[in-house]
Write a protein that binds this ligand. Structure first.
Ligand code: UD1
Ligand code: CA
Length: 453
């Protein structure tokens, strides 16, 4: 199929009124990525040469998103909402060089797989002029119906234009279509708007091509794959479907999840073999977990890289730029941000490590805080290999603690500490033998006096 050139046109000009949102519908996220991003990722995985996105009035935010995340994608504007055929024509410049295969997808139908897109192209390569994706539904209300006879797709009838017999058809139009690109613009212009809505329907291409003696076929796919999202409830259902699939794939790849339905993943979460995940763990964008690592219950992890055999949580929070070394440990109520933990380092309890690097096998005591922020600038804390930071210490950045250095508990460290040195930065202890007993005696005698006062 490599010899066939290809283009995907993704329609995203819909107003998405039923979302009741100030955000463009196709920018609502599933698995932490806009639904339009899911469509583009399938298009790329199917090795389609080029992609064009048609946005509507107010499509600036969509254009911004594409500029940042997919600058190679061409953006076209549809003026007014005059139907899906009109929308495709908005991208006519992308069609001008007549790519062999043109696939039209909807920005609000995010789950179509690369395998399906490849199958559509195979049908085109075998001589079909139009390929339409269909699915079966118990409740086809609202969908266009595919009218098939002897393996040929005769027409797509929109709900509002369908006869009683046609309404009984349960094979629905998924919206996704493939076209032979030669002469496509000319044929698109032939589509009229003599339907109930007065719009130019791309679906009418089926009849246009049939009349010209072309080959039109329907290709059935699972309904879940062509789920369209028009409202928040559908968005939530799509999220649930995404999560279920992401968990299944993770487990199939060798991840143990004790309670999979409580583990939240993002589209780019990477989990190695024999990773074990306890209940109630959230993975935000940009997380990689190495083989054999364990994520204990109730941990929240975003933008972090966790090396092999590390142990995180319970109740740990890893923020962007956390890089946890091999076999290192991050325990309960520990927050790590933009910081590196060396191999086998331990930060086990009640600690904040921000803008820091911690050497291999260093031990960070309970309640340690890197004081990284002075109200204006962030500063770094460097802790050497094998250093020991006593509990409840404050490290006032910028500051360096050398390899093998030892910080006495409760220290406030504001100056660099040499390798293998001891630093204690706290008030000296005062001892007065018998003082407490005397204190209690005095108070026992004074109880009445105290009450009177
Ligand atoms: C469409 C199909 C219908 C199919 C259903 C599947 C047509 C005429 N009907 O109906 O057969 O069963 O999808 O979900 O195609 N769009 C534009 N510009 C426009 C109009 C639409 O960009 O002027 C985009 C929308 O953003 C959306 C897609 O095209 O992504 C479909 O439009 P929509 O109005 O939602 O069509 P449906 O009525 O759902
Ligand atoms: Ca729709």
């Amino acid at each position: 199929m490599a010899k066939h050139t290809s283009l995907a046109v993704i329609l995203a000009a819909g107003e998405g009124k039923r979302m009741r949102s100030d955000r463009a519908k196709v920018l609502h996220e599933i698995g932490g990525r806009p639904m339009l991003g899911h469509v583009l990722s399938s298009v790329a995985a199917a090795r389609i040469d080029r992609a064009a996105v048609v946005v509507g009035v107010g499509g600036d935010t969509v254009a911004d998103y594409l500029r940042d995340s997919a600058p190679e994608v061409a953006v076209y504007r549809q003026k007014g909402q005059h139907g899906t055929a009109h929308a495709v024509l908005a991208a006519r410049r992308a069609l001008a060089d007549e790519p062999d295969h043109v696939l039209v997808l909807y920005g609000d139908t995010p789950f179509v797989t690369p395998a399906t897109l490849r199958r559509v192209r195979q049908r085109l390569a075998r001589g079909a002029d139009v390929v339409v994706l269909g699915f079966r539904s118990d409740d086809p209300t609202g969908y266009g119906r595919l009218l098939v006879e002897k393996g040929r797709l005769l027409a797509i009838r929109e709900q509002a234009d369908a006869s009683a017999d046609e309404l009984d058809v349960d094979l629905c139009n998924a919206g996704i279509m493939g076209f032979a690109g030669a002469g496509l613009v000319r044929r698109l212009k032939r589509i009229g708007n003599g339907n109930a809505k007065g719009e130019f329907y791309l679906t009418d291409m089926v009849e246009v091509v049939n009349r010209a003696g072309g080959r039109v076929v329907a290709m059935e796919v699972a309904a879940a794959e062509v789920l369209g999202i028009n409202a928040r409830v559908e968005l939530a259902a799509a999220e649930a479907a995404f999560q279920a699939r992401a968990r299944r794939e993770a487990m199939a790849a060798g991840v143990t999840m004790i309670a999979p339905e409580t583990v939240w993943l993002t589209h780019d979460t990477k989990l190695g073999r024999d990773v074990v995940i306890e209940p109630n763990v959230f993975f935000g964008p940009g997380v990689t977990v190495g083989a054999g690592a364990t994520i204990l219950a109730n941990s929240h992890i975003v933008g972090a890289t966790i090396a092999e055999n590390a142990r995180i949580g319970p109740f740990a929070r890893l923020r962007p730029g956390a890089r946890i070394g091999e076999g290192a440990r991050v325990g309960n109520f520990v927050e790590v941000k933009n910081a590196e933990l060396g191999k086998g380092a331990k930060v086990n309890h009640l600690t904040y490590i921000g803008d820091a690097s911690i050497g291999a096998a260093a031990n960070i005591g309970a309640g340690t805080i890197t004081c990284n922020y002075d109200g204006f600038t962030k500063h770094r804390t460097e802790i050497g290999d094998g250093a020991f930071i006593g509990s409840n210490s404050s490290l006032i950045a910028p500051v360096t603690v050398g390899d093998g250095a030892y910080i006495g508990s409760g220290s406030v460290i504001s100056r660099n500490v040499e390798d293998d040195a001891l630093a204690v930065g706290r008030a000296r202890q005062i001892d007065r033998p018998g003082w407490a007993a005397g204190f209690r005696r005095r108070h026992a005698g004074n109880r009445k006096a105290t009450k009177k006062r």
